[in-house]
Write a new protein. Sequence first.
Length: 292
Amino acid sequence: MEQLSGKCAFVTGGASGIGLGIARVLVDAGMRITLADIRKDHLAAALALFDSLGHSQNVLAIELDVTDREAFGRAADKTGEKFGAVHVLVSNAGVGIAGPIATATFDDWDWGLNVNLGGAVNGLCTFLPRMIAQRQGGHIVTTSSLSAITPSPRNAVIYATAKAALMAMTEAMRDELADHGIGVSVLLPGPFKTNIREAGRYRQPRYRQHSGYRAEEERLATREDAPDWSDPLDAGRLVLEAIRTNQLYVITHGEYRGWAETKFEGILAAYPPPKDPERAKAMGRTRAINPE
C-alpha cells in the first residue's frame, strides 16, 4: 500500500503507547484514524493531542473492549459511517501479564489470551470480510513482541504464549491474504515507553475474581520506564514503512539479535540429518519472506 492519503486505519489500543505512536504517524501520512481503546482517560488525552496537532477532523475515538465481539462490530459500523472503508487494521491492544506459572489461574490465562490473542482474532473476524468485499486491498498489522522469538523471561509464560501465537497467525495468513491484495506485518517490539504496565488495574471483573497475580500486577503498575526505552513514534515510523512495502517482520531493537540467534541455533541443532538430501535441498529454495 504505497498510497495511504485519504484512506482509513482502525487501531486497537490506539490511545496510548505504541498504538498512539502508530496512529500519529499514519495521520501524518494523510490517513484517517479510528482510535479504539478500553480507557476513557487515554482516549480523551489522545483526542486533545490530535486537536493540538490540527488533526481532530481525521480522528475518531471509540471506547472498546477488544474481547467484546458485538462491540467490535458496532465500532466497525461507526468507523464506516464516519470514514467509509477501512484499509488498514492495526491489532495492537494488549495487556502486560506476569507472574509465576505455578500460581496462574484460569482467570489469568483467560484474560491474557482473550485480550492479547483473542482481541486480534476478533479484529480479523470483524474487519477482514469487509476488507475483502471492498476489493480495494489493504494491510493488517499485528503487534506481537520480541518475546515471541527470543528466549522468554521468567514469569512471562502467558504473555509469551499469546505473542508467539500472534506471530504464527500473521505468518500463516500471509499467502492467503495476498490473493486479495491484503498485506500483513507482525510488529515485534522491544522495550518502549508505554502504559502496558497499568493493565492489571483495568482487568475486566470477569477475569479478576480468582486471579493468582494480584500482587504481581500491583508491583508491575509501579514500575517506571527506563530512560533508554524507545519512543512509540519510532515504532510508528517502522510500521508505516512496513505497510508501504508489505514487510512481514517489523523488529524494533537490533540489540536483541543475539538472543534470537541463541534460540534459533538451538532449534537448528535439534534437526536430524535429512533422509533425502536432494528433497531437503529443493524444499530450501523458497521465496524471500521480506521483499528487498
